[in-house]
Design a protein around this ligand. Structure first.
Ligand code: SF4
Length: 250
């Protein structure tokens, strides 16, 4: 099992059929127009259901061409290597869809199946005993953690978190720097990760979340980090905010 590899993401828009129903799952809101076209095409032959974060944010957009919402396990259709061990987040950042969509209390999925891509929204914020449980499941099943995909939150990431997840994390260390108020915690996280190779560090920043352009803020705080991609052109982005990765050149 140790040589397991990551599958590719389908790109934010998953769709599949099961008997007489077509399912459409939309991760990113700028993909809603494409999802709408798909729904119209499918509706000629199938009952259509639609969900995902983008549909949650704009429920009316597909409401006339699909049944919206409901409990459907769509993650594996986005990436067959992906799994999730918890839902929700108690932090409640105003710009984030997770607390409203999944709740502000963590839902701990004790029966989760370890796979190489772990998609929990806030791994470092989880109860420590559950973090230990998740790590032990990966070790017991001998499944490599190749990507802690939604990463760690600087507010709760400390030296112990690093030591804990270092045991199994073979992928990049992802963390967010969403608000200037997180400067201290973001710098602390960068400091904790200082011995990790540059290729294994990723900082995520919300564009438009501060009065001045976020990339400039981060560039000034982390002069050795540089933007690698700017996706701010998307017209259907969540509240006009987008995430983009900064890749360390240290
Ligand atoms: S800590 Fe992360 S997952 Fe939680 S509300 Fe804030 S941005 Fe969302």
């Amino acid at each position: 099992m140790g040589e397991m590899r990551k599958s590719k993401w389908v790109g934010g828009l998953a769709h599949w059929t099961d008997e007489d129903t077509a399912y459409i799952s939309v991760a990113f809101s700028w993909m809603l127009p494409k999802a709408r076209q798909l729904a119209m095409d499918y509706s000629k032959n199938y009952w259509v259901r639609a969900g995902g974060p983008a549909v949650w944010v704009r429920p009316k957009y597909l409401a006339d061409v699909a049944q919206i919402g409901g409990e459907v396990d769509a993650l594996l259709h986005h990436n067959s290597s992906a799994t999730i061990a918890s839902r929700g987040c108690p932090v409640g950042c105003y710009f984030c869809v997770v607390p409203t969509m999944e709740g502000r209390d963590f839902e701990l999925l004790w029966d989760f199946i370890p796979r190489p891509i772990l998609c929990d929204s806030n791994l470092s914020g989880l109860p420590i005993h559950f973090q230990e449980f998740v790590i032990s499941r990966y070790k017991f099943e001998d499944v490599p953690l190749l990507d802690a995909n939604s990463g760690f939150e600087p507010r709760s990431f400390d030296g112990d978190t690093y030591i804990r997840w270092k045991k199994i994390n073979r992928g990049p260390w992802r963390f967010a720097f969403d608000e200037i108020g997180e400067e201290f915690e973001a710098k602390r996280t960068a400091s904790i990760l200082k011995n990790e190779h540059s290729s294994k560090k990723r900082v995520y920043v919300l564009i438009g979340n501060e009065p001045i352009e976020s990339g400039k803020i981060v560039s000034s705080l982390f002069p050795k980090y540089k933007t690698s991609k700017d996706s701010s052109e998307s017209s259907f982005s969540l509240k006009n905010f987008n995430l983009f990765p900064l890749k360390s050149r240290i």
